[in-house]
Design a protein around this ligand. Structure first.
Ligand SMILES: NC(=O)c1ccc[n+]([C@@H]2O[C@H](COP(=O)([O-])OP(=O)(O)OC[C@H]3O[C@@H](n4cnc5c(N)ncnc54)[C@H](OP(=O)(O)O)[C@@H]3O)[C@@H](O)[C@H]2O)c1
Length: 336
């Protein structure tokens, strides 16, 4: 048996009602519930991402079948493996691949997972820190690598912009870019409250979100050497309009809006590239490259952006994330 957070359809939900579509609660599940994937992992840590917060608060759009164990990030130790690439005792990381969407996730003391997209926990990293990085940080690393492969070079006058900077993706992106020696501008809706936090992560400039929401024009003053956008909508459109000639904008999120209400002008007159970043289906080579980059971050930097809750604390953390009361990353200690 394993203790797990199981998401079930809410029998009280009706179309148009204010009831959540799903409910989530801690249950004891038997091993048959875990499925038949070849690698059995003793999970030690998971985390709360935007998707986890949506799933745990019963919102539609993430969990596509029920009942299902939640949790899109897994860190733990292999207990049994029918996959020859993994053996008992191996410490592993798994992010995405549909966990908590179409297959069981990691808010569970035990998980059965496929072996082909597992990544070995880097030697320099603890399990808790890998969970603190989680999907948010691994996605940030994919974005940073995307800009790096496109030849990102920053100056004080033309920094790289990170939007939704106080969030999980934004915080780790800011850390990684600053650690690589880049000049970073952090866009936030909470400049007064969290500007100090962003400076500590290495951001040189703090930009008020309102500035980008209010900007007008298909092409504006060229301000950003590159952009990592977690917000979408008007913010993304104006970031594109302010990106330098031949700059790249890595878009990975929709915390503000899924819309792209802009023009093609930055693409056809400034040679700007809009690069989409997906972490869920990323191939194992990209995962390894991202985790190798993340392994270079000093552990204390990761500790500074994270807090830890027990499995039962995941529900409140999810509400807090949806209510914009969090910043940085929340680790779930699945054993606690
Ligand atoms: N493509 C992928 O594979 C992938 C992977 C992970 C996450 N994501 C997506 O990336 C986004 C960020 O994820 P996360 O884990 O960093 O979430 P998060 O921790 O909740 O952070 C999101 C941040 O966005 C900003 N924000 C919130 N509401 C906003 C609004 N209405 N308008 C503009 N900005 C707003 C806030 O930052 P400020 O207060 O600093 O403005 C918030 O901290 C989400 O949309 C998530 O689904 C995508």
């Amino acid at each position: 048996m394993a203790r797990a957070i199981v998401i079930r359809s809410n029998p009280a939900y009706e179309r148009g009602s204010d009831q959540p579509v799903n409910t989530a609660a801690i249950e004891e599940v038997d091993e048959a519930f875990l499925g038949d994937d070849p690698v059995l992992v003793e999970v030690s840590h998971s985390s709360i991402n935007y998707k986890d917060a949506m799933a745990l608060t019963g919102l539609p759009g993430i969990v596509r079948k029920t009942p299902l164990i939640g949790g899109i990030d897994l860190v733990g130790t292999v207990k049994e493996s029918a996959d020859p690439n993994w053996k008992p005792g191996d410490q592993v990381i798994l992010n995405g691949i549909g966990m908590s969407e179409s297959r069981n996730g990691a808010f569970s003391e035990l998980a059965r997972v496929p072996g082909d997209r597992l990544v070995a926990l880097p030697e320099s990293m603890t399990a808790a820190r890998a969970a603190a990085i989680g999907t948010a940080g691994y996605t940030a690393a994919l974005c940073v690598l995307r800009l790096g492969h496109a030849g990102l070079e920053t100056t004080q006058d033309r920094p790289v912009l990170v939007t939704g900077a106080t969030g999980g993706v934004g915080s780790v992106a800011t850390l990684l870019l600053a650690a690589a020696g880049h000049h970073v501008a952090a866009l936030t809706g909470r400049p007064g409250e969290l500007g100090g936090y962003l400076h500590e992560l290495g951001a040189e400039q703090i930009i008020d979100r309102a500035e980008l929401l209010d900007a007008k024009g298909a092409l504006q003053k060229q301000r950003w050497s590159g952009v990592i956008d977690t917000v979408g909508g008007e913010v993304l459109v104006n970031a594109l309009a302010q990106t330098v000639y031949s700059g790249t904008v890595a878009a990975c999120g929709l915390a503000g809006s899924p819309k792209l209400p802009g023009t093609v002008m930055p693409f056809i007159l400034r040679n700007v590239t809009l690069a989409g970043v997906d972490s869920v289906e990323a191939p194992v080579e990209a995962r390894r490259e991202a985790w190798a980059l993340l392994a270079e971050l000093p552990g204390e930097r990761i500790d500074a952006i994270s807090s830890t809750v027990p499995l039962s604390g995941a529900f409140q953390a999810a509400k807090d994330l949806m209510g914009h009361r969090l910043h940085g990353r929340v680790v779930v200690d699945v054993r606690a």
